[in-house]
Ligand binder design. Structure first.
Ligand code: DP6
Length: 350
């Protein structure tokens, strides 16, 4: 990845930079990776609008490298250690990065317990800050290439983060179905290839279970190394891309729903078939899924779900005239399955 190695003529100085980055929700899931954050299969996600991380980085030029972090105003030593390692790891791409002290203040616009990927928005925001510092120190303008490099750097922090740098539908991982797609950074799925019905979606996240996840995504990805079904799964993700391309173009909502739900259930099935096995759904997750299926059978309205590696349910439904009926159903029938009446309402619009 020659193009990502930095220039040598930097003039560093004290700076304060602030950036914001949204989270994303995958439709075809990234689950399984190789060394250096190379994904085992291509993935595609919607970038969210409201669920964001806002990050401010204060850089003080110094011979001593150190990182201090504050999460929502609270000092976080573990997070600082993680960022220190991350910065050391990406020095080859940003030669100035270890030449200073950092004070990083970061906050999410969504609850920590929501299972909304804060590592995606978090590393996305940090990578954007780093590229702003890079532009300030090198005198170059922040352009298309900076965004691509931010996506490249975000990936090295957390794989799914690289998709958060772009709006709309975003692809990460090389697939012959999307020109320009890469294992190293994300690219936008071309808007003109997306039927209007897929450009305006609600994503309501039902907080079925709040609190720590039972398994981190790093551990989860690792379990794919020994999962006997892994190779078939990776192949299926490629096949799903080929189908998705036609679905997106034609506006085939029924097939879209089938594929998105299948992807979510496959992710969970993989965890159930891992050694050790993990069941990430809770009783409420299953109850909600069954109610969604029942609702669709009775009304033919396009309400469907996807899941991350946790118990909370992302409810997807287009922003159409039927959305009020769908929302009324969610509030009456699905909300009772949440732990504390918790729901995070977001929307994907582009
Ligand atoms: C289930 O990006 O959190 O959300 O690269 O180890 O940081 P790391 O993993 P992470 O994995 C996300 C997995 C997923 C599916 C997806 O977003 O594609």
């Amino acid at each position: 990845m020659e193009e990502f190695f930095g220039a040598n003529n930097y003039i560093i100085s004290n700076r304060k930079i602030a950036e914001s980055c949204p989270s994303n929700i995958a439709l075809i899931k990234y689950w399984g990776k190789y060394e250096n954050q190379i994904p085992a299969n291509p993935s595609i996600s919607y970038t969210l609008n409201h669920c964001k991380t806002n990050t401010e980085i204060e850089f003080i030029a110094d011979d001593q490298f150190s990182v201090t972090t504050f999460l929502a105003g609270k000092s976080e030593v573990k997070f600082a250690e993680k960022i220190e390692k991350y910065f050391q790891n990406i020095e080859q791409y940003l030669p100035w990065i270890l030449k200073g002290k950092y004070i990083i203040r970061t906050e999410n616009t969504f609850p920590h317990s929501s299972g909304i990927a804060s590592s995606a928005s978090g590393f996305g925001a940090i990578a954007k800050c780093l590229m702003s510092l890079d532009a300030a120190f090198s005198g170059k303008i922040n352009d298309e290439f900076s965004l691509k490099k931010a996506s490249f750097l975000a990936r090295l922090g957390s794989g799914s983060a690289c998709r958060s740098l772009y709006k709309g539908l975003v692809v990460w991982g090389e697939t012959k179905e999307v020109s320009g797609s890469s294992d190293f950074f994300a690219v936008r799925y071309p808007n003109e290839e997306i039927h209007a019905d897929f450009r305006n979606f609600n994503d309501w996240v039902l907080l079925i279970h709040e609190g720590e996840k039972s398994v981190s995504s790093t551990v989860g990805h690792g379990l794919m190394n020994t999962n006997p079904y892994a190779e078939r799964r990776f192949q299926e993700a490629h096949e799903n891309f080929a189908s998705l391309k036609t679905i997106l173009k034609n506006g085939d909502m029924k097939s879209f729903i089938m594929m998105v739900e299948h992807e979510a259930l496959t992710l969970h099935a993989m965890m159930m078939m891992s050694e050790p096995a993990f069941i990430l759904m809770k009783t409420g997750t299953l109850a909600v899924i069954n109610k969604i299926w029942e609702f669709r059978k009775n009304t033919h309205l396009p309400l469907f779900f996807t899941l991350d590696a946790g118990a909370n349910v992302h409810l997807l439904f287009p922003t159409t005239k039927d959305e009020e009926k769908i929302q009324a159903f969610i509030i009456k029938e699905l909300m009772p399955h949440t732990q504390n009446n918790g729901v995070v309402k977001d929307v994907m619009q582009f």
